[in-house]
Design a protein around this ligand. Structure first.
Ligand SMILES: C[S@@+](CC[C@H](N)C(=O)[O-])C[C@H]1O[C@@H](n2cnc3c(N)ncnc32)[C@H](O)[C@@H]1O
Length: 195
């Protein structure tokens, strides 16, 4: 069993790199990343709190370098030593982990992620803005949201390595497919943040 402080490090330390995806849902995104990057000596940890979703991910993903954990990411992250993880990936966090209205709740999570990242490790976040009135997002609205979000992560200590509107075309997940189908009302960005 991987999910305790004593077993997580010895297990993962046999690999060159550790990549952690938060809230993996049914595992479609992680599956795509593993195939796209094709790095057998990298270890992939997927964390998902919903038992039904993680079962779907388990049915989809198998390999000696893949560890899927049915727990909260807050809990699992606390098991990693500081300066340990090469890359965190967070695709479409639930609103309470990224929304302007719940900022006071999520700052602590990203401070924790920052601590666990290696120097020059990265946190990739794909997230979205949706107009409250379900109208098209104006350029102004989009740009000021981007500025606000970036400044939040910079205040935590991250450096902005890259930012792109939308997300790379090889990124695929259940929710990305839904959001891409409504491009006027839902705008995506990808932030690549580094320590
Ligand atoms: C909006 S969905 C995105 C799922 C997937 N990344 C995708 O793009 O299809 C957010 C996912 O995060 C999971 N989640 C929410 N809070 C969590 C937590 N504290 N720990 C682990 N997983 C969590 C949810 O169960 C859900 O599967």
């Amino acid at each position: 069993m991987l999910c305790d402080q004593n077993s997580i490090v010895p297990t993962l330390s046999t690999f060159d790199k550790v990549i952690v995806e938060l809230g993996i849902g049914d595992g479609q995104f992680l599956n795509g990343i593993i195939e796209y990057r094709n790095r057998p000596n990298t270890c992939y940890v997927g964390i998902e709190i919903d038992a039904k979703q993680i079962q779907k991910a388990r049915d989809r993903l198998r390999g000696k370098n893949i560890y899927l954990i049915n727990d909260s990411f807050e809990n699992v992250i606390s098991f990693f030593p500081d300066n340990y993880v090469d890359e965190f990936i967070f695709v479409l966090p639930s609103p309470n982990y990224i929304d302007i209205n719940s900022e006071s709740q999520w700052t602590l999570l990203y401070q924790g992620i920052y601590k666990k990242l290696k120097d020059r490790g990265t946190l990739t976040i794909v997230t979205e803005i949706i107009n409250d009135l379900l109208e098209p997002i104006s350029d102004n609205e989009f740009n000021s949201w981007k500025k606000w979000l970036t400044s939040k992560f910079v205040n935590i200590g991250f450096r902005l390595k890259d930012i792109c509107d939308d997300c790379p075309s090889y990124y695929n997940s259940h929710f990305l497919a839904q959001f891409r189908a409504d491009k006027l009302r839902i705008k995506l960005i990808t932030l690549i943040l580094t320590k």
